[in-house]
Design a protein around this ligand. Structure first.
Ligand SMILES: Nc1ncnc2c1ncn2[C@@H]1O[C@H](COP(=O)(O)OP(=O)(O)OP(=O)(O)O)[C@@H](O)[C@H]1O
Ligand SMILES: [Mg+2]
Length: 218
């Protein structure tokens, strides 16, 4: 049977030292694929290519049996969602940041709605209080911002959640909470997979369904 999400011969010339990214991989429902590789090897670039935020020079991605060239990019990004290494938050409160994606016409067409109860639950799952919703998003810490960006992505509820070092700003306790939330999300829903860049993969040692893909630094 075909994989839920599969990429083949993704090729991208990188800006540094004429390096070339060339990689294939796949992830199936319920699995986490962890990307490894030295700094500058192209891990973030690969995730951005897979989310169709930047173009590859060559290669194919197939999601649920559909090749990327046959799917509208906006539709693609709803299902294959990239959460950046540096949290991107908009002006306004934390709640405004959660609600904003649901005002986009693509979500309106799907009749997807912001779920306040779920947002509150996710916040408490990662040690943030309900009052945190009213905080100015520009004034929260790096670690808080990373969790807000992650929760916003979970509320959008994509099929393929791509996380770029979601734990980088977090202490061990918050990291465990975030990891538990991710595992719960993955196991509590059908048709989901996670592709993640992390240097803290020992956190996931006890979980099953983890695969690794290493990008060579050349
Ligand atoms: N859109 C792009 N097109 C071509 N090259 C890019 C693009 N964006 C970044 N690069 C280059 O690709 C190289 C790899 O960057 P990338 O951010 O993917 O590395 P990384 O493996 O995520 O590193 P780190 O672990 O430090 O985050 C960098 O030298 C960068 O200059
Ligand atoms: Mg990176």
């Amino acid at each position: 049977m075909a994989y839920l999400f599969e990429f083949a011969n993704i090729t991208k010339k990188l800006n540094n030292d004429n390096k070339m990214l060339k990689i294939s991989g796949q992830v199936d429902e319920g699995q986490i694929l962890i990307l490894k590789g030295p700094s500058g090897s192209g891990k973030s670039t690969l995730l951005k290519v897979l989310a169709r935020l930047i173009r590859a020079d060559a290669g194919t991605v197939v999601f649920k049996g559909n090749e990327w060239s046959s799917v509208d990019p906006i539709e693609w990004r709803k299902n294959v969602l990239y959460v950046s290494q540096k949290p991107v938050l908009f002006n306004g409160t934390v709640k405004d940041n959660f609600v904003l994606p649901f005002s986009f016409s693509s979500y309106k067409l799907n009749k997807a709605r912001f779920n306040l109860q779920l947002a509150q639950k996710y916040l408490s799952d990662v040690n943030l209080s309900t009052e945190f919703l009213e905080q100015d998003a520009k004034k929260i810490s790096g670690g808080e911002g990373a969790r807000v960006a992650l929760i916003r992505a979970l509320l959008i509820n994509p099929s393929i959640l791509m996380l770029d070092e979601p734990n980088a700003y977090l202490d061990k306790e918050s990291r465990e909470k975030v990891n538990n939330l991710l595992l719960k999300w993955l196991q509590g829903n059908t048709g989901k997979a996670i592709i993640m860049i992390t240097h803290n993969d020992e956190d996931f040692k006890l979980s099953t369904n983890i695969n690794y893909l290493t990008i060579q630094g050349s």
